[in-house]
Every structure is written in C-alpha cells, then in structure tokens.
Design a protein around this ligand. Structure first.
Ligand code: RIB
Length: 288
C-alpha cells in the first residue's frame, strides 16, 4: 500500500464558545472554553490515519508542553512522527478559535510552523516513492509549499494542495499539483467568481468544496458530488477531514467521483462533535 505524507502545520486550538461577539473595546462573557489538538496539517494526517492509511507527518513543534501534546496526539492516532522536528526557543503553533452561531472565526499564530523550511523538508521526502500522495496546506511558509510541489512533480509523487488559508499561488505551482481543493471563497480569491468557467480550465484537478452541498469538479462536464447533511455542532476541521479522506480514497485507487463521495461523507461526519478532530470518523463510521 502507498503512503500518505502530510507536510504541514500542527497546533493546539484554544476554543471559546460564545453567544456574543464583542465589538472593539467591548468585553463579553463566553459560554465555555477548551483546548484540543488542531492545525490543518495535523488534522489532515489524523483524518487519513483514522481511515486506516499509512500516514507520515512532516512538520515542527516548539520545545514546550503544547509540542509534547501535539506529538503524543499524532502518535495516539497512528500517525508516524519520525519526521517531526522540535525547534528550540520557539512556541508551538496555536489557533485561537471563536465558535459563534454554528460557525468559527480563527486566528492562527504559526510559531514553530514557520520553521518548516525546504532545506529540512525536501531530504525527508527521499524515502517516498511514486504512487505516494503528499497533502499540503498553507499554514507553513510558501517557499516550502512551492519546493515540495516541485520535488513531487519531478519525482512523480501525487500532491493534493488544499489552499487554506488563502494566499496567492504561482501558476507554476497550480500547474504542478495533482489536485487543488479550495472551498468556495478560496476558489473565488484564487480564480474569480465564474466557477463554471474556471473549473473547466482544470479538469480532474480543481475540486471545489461546498460544505454540506458537497463538492464540484469537471471531467467532460461539471460533476456535482452531493454532500450529506448532519446535525452541526462544530464545523472546524471539516475541510481537513475532506482532504485526508480524499487522499485515502485515491491511495485505494477509487475513481475521482467515488473518492470525492467518500471524502464528502467523512467531512460531513466530522461536524457532529466539538473540536477539529473530535468527530473525525473511523473506517467503520463511514461504512455504517
Ligand atoms: O481547519 C481547522 C484548523 O484551522 C483548526 O484546527 C485550527 O488549528 C486552524 O489551523
């Protein structure tokens, strides 16, 4: 079986649940608070590993208590952490999340994730082979994303680039990735608002996720793979679950429509409990 390699961020999420969002200069009382492992990269790695793939995480934490918690959580979820670096005198990444009216607002402080650089990442990729899939997101430096995409292109590894959070991408990087998986707003920022036209320019590559509406891509026509409505408790990490599950389905050689359907199901189940990784499904949950 081929491997899934996530090159990406890991963080501790500091989550406040509130009925009221403060205005500038205002203080309000929140409902509850919890901390939990997150970071888009680590979430994607855990999502893939829970669906029973062989998953490696390449990333970095600080030499602090959060760093230990992040690594232990990856190990507990059967993610290989041999390629995680611990950076001295730097804080682990944190994400400051406000949950309000079934949606989230997130401020990420990258910390050690800013130390995930091409010169440390590229040598670690030598172990992997054509047929393996790399997942990338954008909470790590952009030169690392570009360098990993170039390496994968030249060495025949597949890449899923989840362009979240949004930042500009070079046309070269877009052309070199195997799959690009923005949500609707990221897609609009990347390509403008004519979805039908844009999607036809990237057949079997651009997969635009639409929450509980599912996802769209183009082969010879626009394909809309329907989503699944669930009782929404917390949507944090749903996109990450989609990407992790998509990689698993592709490793298992499902065709693209089937792979997106599988990923839609995993993403929809992930919103039914609090926390990015709280309700990420296991294989049995999908089968059920
Ligand atoms: O995609 C959800 C994730 O984004 C959270 O877990 C948080 O860490 C932020 O990075």
């Amino acid at each position: 079986m081929n491997n899934i390699i996530v090159v990406g961020s890991s963080s501790i999420d500091l989550v406040v649940n509130t009925n009221k969002i403060p205005n500038a200069g205002e203080t309000v009382l929140g409902k509850s608070f919890f901390t939990t492992p997150g970071g888009k990269g680590a979430n994607q790695a855990v999502a893939a590993a829970r669906l029973s793939a062989e998953v490696y995480m390449i990333g970095a934490v600080g030499n602090d208590a959060y760093g230990t918690q992040i690594i232990n959580n990856l190990k507990d979820n059967n993610v290989n952490t041999d390629y995680m670096d611990t950076i001295e005198n730097v804080q682990s990444g944190t994400a400051h999340i406000t949950l309000y009216e079934e949606d989230n607002r997130i401020i990420v402080v990258p910390g050690a994730n800013n130390h995930i650089k091409p010169d440390t990442v590229i040598p670690k990729l030598a172990k992997f082979n054509s047929g393996d899939i790399i997942i990338l997101q954008q909470e790590i430096p952009s030169d690392t994303v570009d360098a990993v995409v170039k390496y994968a292109y030249e060495n025949n590894l597949k890449v899923i680039l989840n362009p979240a959070p949004y930042r500009a991408l070079s046309q070269e990087t877009i052309d070199r990735v195997t799959y690009l998986t923005p949500n609707e707003s990221e897609n609009e920022l990347l390509f403008g608002n004519d979805l039908d036209k844009v999607i036809a320019n990237y057949p079997n590559k651009l997969i635009v996720t639409r929450g509980d509406q599912g996802a769209v891509y183009f082969d010879t026509i626009i394909r809309n793979i329907a989503g699944h409505k669930q009782n929404v408790v917390d949507t944090t990490g749903a996109g990450d679950t989609f990407n992790g599950a998509l990689a698993v389905a592709l490793i298992e050689k499902m065709d693209l429509a089937k792979a997106i359907d599988f990923a839609n199901m995993a993403g929809s189940l992930s919103v039914t409990q609090l926390g990015a990784q709280g309700a990420m499904p296991y294989r049995q949950d999908i089968q059920d």
